[in-house]
Ligand binder design. Sequence first.
Ligand SMILES: Cc1cc2nc3c(=O)[nH]c(=O)nc-3n(C[C@H](O)[C@H](O)[C@H](O)COP(=O)(O)OP(=O)(O)OC[C@H]3O[C@@H](n4cnc5c(N)ncnc54)[C@H](O)[C@@H]3O)c2cc1C
Length: 380
Amino acid sequence: MNQELKMFQETIQAFAKEKIEPVAALIDIEEKVPDALMKEMKEMGLFGVPFPEEYGGSGFGWRAQYMLMEEVAKYEGSIPSIIGAHTTIAANAIYVAGSEEQKQKYLRPLADGTSLGAFALTEPGAGSDAAGIKTTAKKEGDEWVINGTKCFITNAPSADIFVVFVSTDKEKGARGGITSFIVERGMPGLSIGKMEDKMGIRGSETSEVIFENVRVKDEQVLGEVGHAFKYAMRVMQNGRLGIASIALGLAKGAFELAVQYSLERKQFGQSIAHFQSIQNKLAEMKMEIYAIESMLYRTITLLEEGEGFNLEGSIVKAYASEKADWIINESLQIFGGYGYMKDFPIERMLRDARINRIFEGTSEIQRIVIAKEILKEASL
Ligand SMILES: Cc1cc2nc3c(=O)[nH]c(=O)nc-3n(C[C@H](O)[C@H](O)[C@H](O)COP(=O)(O)OP(=O)(O)OC[C@H]3O[C@@H](n4cnc5c(N)ncnc54)[C@H](O)[C@@H]3O)c2cc1C
């Protein structure tokens, strides 16, 4: 790790400990990240870490982005989910597919933290089968008219800029029939629907986004008409490493608490850390943390070297999210009954971590991607 990155990591570690840990429980209870904290993180450039400075970003690159998500997740899961949806998929879609003009107009305010972004792909009838979206955009002169409903959209209630995926040719579907648009908050016909009441990451807003005859100009088409499915898949590769980073952070955070607790908690006249079965748990948890960390940062190296990482990204996403759940659950076990109580952060961390096996492609979908990649390579 170079010196600049090391300093970035240390800054985030200190910030997360000082500013996020003390309010983590409150974020869960109040279902909101305090405005002052959001403002401070935006001013620190944490909403545009991977993007070049010419587009309003901090210019630190993707490794720093994932470090940020991991370090914050050690204490809390909502903030990295908000930043993840904003940066790794919404803003990144504009970075990947946008014209120079769109990057200046939309990516810049997203990356410098002036605007909040949302990535709207999922619909009530199209989750894992994302190519089956039914929201449409019909061309009328130099305008497009969007109609449909998106659901489960992170950041939507507060977002200023939406990257929306719609069907522009039902027959062609994923192969030439899906187009993405940049839609701004406040456009006539755009509204926020049902707000979700979630199990975890309760400080991260999730809602429906409804489009009723929303008229957008040609300039708001993101990338090539009909070819947006590949942009969605492309940016979700970055997104998946972000999810793995959150999973790793939550797992490390819970593990550190469990180690400490095992030393402090006394039963049968000694610390529970003296019991072989507790030591075995700690050893196995540490092995999994090391495995997640190794595969995540190895995959980040592939990304940095410009190599494809579709296979590896799916492996890391599925492995990290599943093992993190297990690690946090075992941490809760080490806390005994106290782990089950809201007085301690473990139960919240377990709730916050559970989503990582679901969004940006469920574990089942990751296995489909992995198997496809294996068979593609084998049949070459
Ligand atoms: C908190 C939260 C935030 C989200 N944020 C966003 C966001 O910002 N933007 C966005 O676009 N979406 C977002 N999503 C949507 C998320 O990506 C989807 O929920 C996810 O892709 C799964 O879709 P689904 O919920 O419709 O489940 P389904 O697709 O209905 O899946 C149900 C079950 O069937 C399994 N399954 C489905 N197909 C197959 C198959 N072919 N083989 C084997 N098993 C299969 C799934 O793995 C799952 O276990 C969010 C979801 C949540 C819960």
